[in-house]
Ligand binder design. Structure first.
Ligand code: ADP
Ligand code: MG
Length: 778
């Protein structure tokens, strides 16, 4: 009778002979039941072919098992995996691994080259190397700086290497590191003076008489190949992780389904998912280490593609749903648009005209428009929005224009109201502060349809306003990326689906826009009105404040105006206001007693703000000291200087938005980024980017690169999908390919309705159904 052994992690190992007698084969499920003499272990072999409702999918290599069953197997909880007890499964759960599918997608962080032993003399600093040697000496050492560490000297025939541990238990180390013992060591090599060192190496002891090479072949999980290094949590070791992963891969990879059409993979030269996952957990010895470590091996790319493909398929399906819906088919009769164009003191830019014709095409179609217009600060989005609004008004519909802040709503209203008054179109501004008669009047004019264009903040329009006949909603998102609330606008439309136009001021890098807003059509105003000179930008330390003031004085002397902007200096708004207010006072009383200095901040009531802005615009103020509230709104072409205090504290897109307030006329403008103390590394990078370019797209790309997608978008709720392997920065080209493939597939099979595509559709619903609200479309 073979002996059952209890392993260190409380697992009972059942010897193969016993398993054979029980009739258990690898891959079988085993159940435990309570029996008279203790637990009963019962083998329940997996059926090899399961007839499912849809009929077993044949043609899948490797098994005739139905999709549903394969899925079920991938959902096997980790504690049911051989060698994983309750303690281990709890640790794995902490890493987010609940079932074997999670485990399969937990890819190694990096890989170590443990294919060959190197003589110590040949170790390369900067590389992770594998070598062996004999302990010459080992002891606890205190450095001159008073830091204690443990040090061992290891030698082979060629040279010696020093191994070091900081923060270890010296008594324990002393006991283990005996002179004369032989060890197999891996770790990153560095060189200090002429001595090679390895800090915190991985160590495997060699039994007397055994050869290092023997261990290489005896422990293929950890040696003798390209060895994966996994992300861990406390209490979990690489060795345990590798053992668990090997088990999961060997046992469960066959259940991974190949859903992306094979001809597509072939065209792109990508391997299948099953192969790719297996490959990355157990890379073959001849794989290129750089590709593996850079996340750009064919296997990595294949998995990233798979993730992108399903996401884009979801977006495509959603877009399909939008275009299949019934909407208003507007007619373009030029009743108002022509006169407006004639009234303008300038010509529309080519980009404005192109985007407008894209918008008009959408508006004329009998489906709801769902379009995102992207344009840098000052590219003239307001005018494009107004032209679109006029098309709706020409057709007897009302338009809602929603802005993110009160100031911006007011500004839109001022601009639009001016033109509309001349055209004889009634507009109305709804503010949160409206009371009594004023408010009921305004709401009444919206409800009876006499107000044609209604402007307010997102909140105001969503909550309070009833429309008589809403045909178009224009959402000015500025640099927020909230998921737009189509449903709310639709309700306002009373049965007819209004067209929707979203305007965004922050240029979003293309890959990101595609990922986030893939279900919207995208228009880009990629040209600024002529005659604008790029803003000259300089980073200046606080110590040169006097020179900065000279610049302001010089410009004002030439009839120009200046902004001085204050960030959130401390963690609360109050101190920001205080700093700005003090600044305004100091500038007005001490520095520029002869000039007119004004103050603008977010706590002022709308009338106060309004009057300050109006007097700056009317040149009754020379210098406007402000908190970041001016970021979104003011358009004063005569302002040619912007000083940003504590510029190192601002994010890139915010700096770019702020800078966009100058350089709006033909005169040469400058932006001075004042720094206080030494900026962080990222801070420095941001300021350099600002000095280098005025191009919003390049700034956005840099911003995305510095911050990563999650931060770039602000919050976790930004609408960014969670990809497990794909990275939109690294894999941008794959994203484009995935998008084309997904949209192409839907063109052939709208709604993914064909039976051949049923598995794709099921998987899509499983992965993204809830997130993309696909259920509603199906
Ligand atoms: P943004 O895209 O930042 O919202 P605006 O719509 O506020 O830009 O336009 C910025 C300024 O450019 C405004 O003063 C506007 O009147 C002006 N403008 C818009 N289109 C043109 C054009 N084609 N030629 C010249 N100036 C224009
Ligand atoms: Mg604007």
């Amino acid at each position: 009778m073979p002996i059952l052994t209890l392993s260190a992690d409380s697992c009972l190992t059942i010897p193969p002979e016993l398993l054979e007698r029980l009739g258990v084969k690898p891959g079988d499920r085993v159940s435990l039941e309570e029996g008279q003499g203790g637990l009963l272990l019962r083998a329940a072999p997996l059926p090899t072919a399961v007839p499912t409702a849809e009929g077993a999918r044949s043609g899948q290599p490797g098994e005739g098992v139905g999709d549903a069953l394969a899925r079920k197997n991938l959902e096997t909880p980790m504690h049911s995996v051989k060698g994983v007890g309750p303690k281990l499964s709890a640790l794995l759960a902490r890493r987010g691994i609940a079932c074997v599918e999670d485990a399969l997608y937990l890819l190694p962080n990096r890989y170590e080259d443990r294919r060959e032993l190197r003589p110590i003399a040949a170790l390369r600093p900067g590389f992770n190397e594998l070598f062996s040697g004999r302990v010459l000496s080992a002891e606890s050492v205190t450095s001159r700086g008073g830091r204690r560490f443990f040090e061992a000297l290891l030698a082979d025939d060629s040279a010696t290497v020093t191994l070091k541990w900081f923060n270890c238990n010296p008594t324990f180390m002393k006991r283990v590191w005996k002179q004369g013992r032989r060890a197999l060591v891996t770790g990153e090599v560095s060189r200090f003076a002429s001595q090679l060192e390895v800090h915190h190496p991985d160590v495997e002891w060699l039994a007397e008489g055994s050869e290092p090479r023997d261990l290489l072949s005896a422990d293929p999980l950890n040696f003798g190949g390209i060895i994966p290094v996994y992300p861990l949590t406390e209490g979990l070791s690489q060795k345990v992780m590798r053992r668990v992963m090997r088990e999961v891969v060997e046992r469960f990879i066959p259940f991974v389904r190949e859903l992306v059409p094979p001809e597509l993979l072939e065209r792109l030269g990508l391997p299948g998912l099953r192969h790719s996952l297996g490959h990355l957990h157990t890379p073959p010895v001849d794989e290129r280490l750089d590709d593996l470590n850079g996340g750009c091996s064919a296997a990595h790319r294949a998995i990233a593609f798979d993730e992108f493909f399903f996401w884009e398929l979801g977006l495509a399906l959603k877009r399909c749903g939008v275009t299949l819906e019934e909407g208003i088919a507007f007619q373009v009769n030029h009743l108002y648009t022509k006169p407006l164009v004639r009234m303008l003191p300038f010509q529309l830019t080519r980009a404005q005209r192109r985007v407008l014709s894209e918008i008009k095409q959408d508006m004329m179609a009998p489906h709801p428009m769902h379009r995102l217009v992207q344009g840098d600060v000052g590219s003239g989005k307001t005018l494009v929005a107004l032209m679109a609004a006029l098309v709706a008004v020409e057709n007897g519909y009302q338009v809602a224009i929603m802005a993110p802040t009160e100031i911006l709503a007011e500004q839109h209203w001022h601009t639009i109201h001016r033109w509309c008054a001349d055209l004889g179109i009634a507009t109305v501004l709804i503010t949160a502060g409206m009371r009594g008669r004023e408010k009921s009047d305004a709401l009444g004019r919206v409800a009876d349809g006499s107000a044609r264009i209604v402007i307010g903040t997102h909140a105001v329009i969503q909550e309070k306003v009833e429309f008589a006949r809403l045909g178009l909603g224009i959402i000015d998102e500025q640099h927020r990326f909230g998921v737009l609330q189509r449903a709310i606008l639709r309700k306002k439309g009373k049965g007819c689906n209004p067209d929707i136009l979203v305007m965004t001021a922050t240029p979003i890098p293309r890959t990101l826009a595609m990922t986030l807003f893939g279900d919207l059509s995208l228009s880009v105003i990629d040209e600024l009105p002529p005659g604008r000179t790029p803003v000259e930008t300089r980073v200046t330390p606080e110590s040169q404040r006097v020179r900065v003031y000279d610049t302001i004085r010089r410009e004002v002397g030439q009839g120009r105006q200046a902004y001085v902007v204050y960030p959130l200096v401390e963690e609360n708004e109050r101190s920001e206001l205080k700093a700005a207010a003090q600044m305004a006072e100091q500038l007005g009383k001490e520095i520029f007693p002869d000039l007119r200095v004004g103050l603008l901040h977010g706590r002022m009531n709308p009338q106060e703000k309004e009057s300050v802005m109006a007097s700056f615009k009317a040149r009754e103020l020379d210098i406007l000291v402000s908190t970041t509230v001016i970021e979104v709104g003011i358009d004063v072409p005569n302002a040619t200087v912007m000083v940003i205090e504590h510029a190192e504290r601002f994010g890139l897109s915010q700096l770019h938005q702020l800078r966009g307030r100058v350089g709006r006329g033909a005169a040469r403008s400058r932006c001075i980024l004042m720094t206080n103390g030494r900026p962080s590394e990222d801070g420095e990078r941001r300021l350099k980017v600002m000095e280098a370019t005025n191009d919003g797209f390049r700034i956005a790309e840099a911003d995305l690169e510095i911050r990563g997608p999650g931060d770039f978008l602000g919050t976790r709720q930004s609408g960014m999908p969670d990809f497990r392997v794909a990275n939109i920065l690294r894999d941008g080209a794959l994203l484009e390919q995935a998008r084309q493939a997904a949209f192409g597939l839907l063109e052939q099979d709208p709604g993914l309705a064909s039976s051949g595509n049923a598995p794709l559709r099921d998987e899509l619903l499983r992965r993204w159904g809830q997130r993309l609200e696909l259920g509603a479309i199906g």
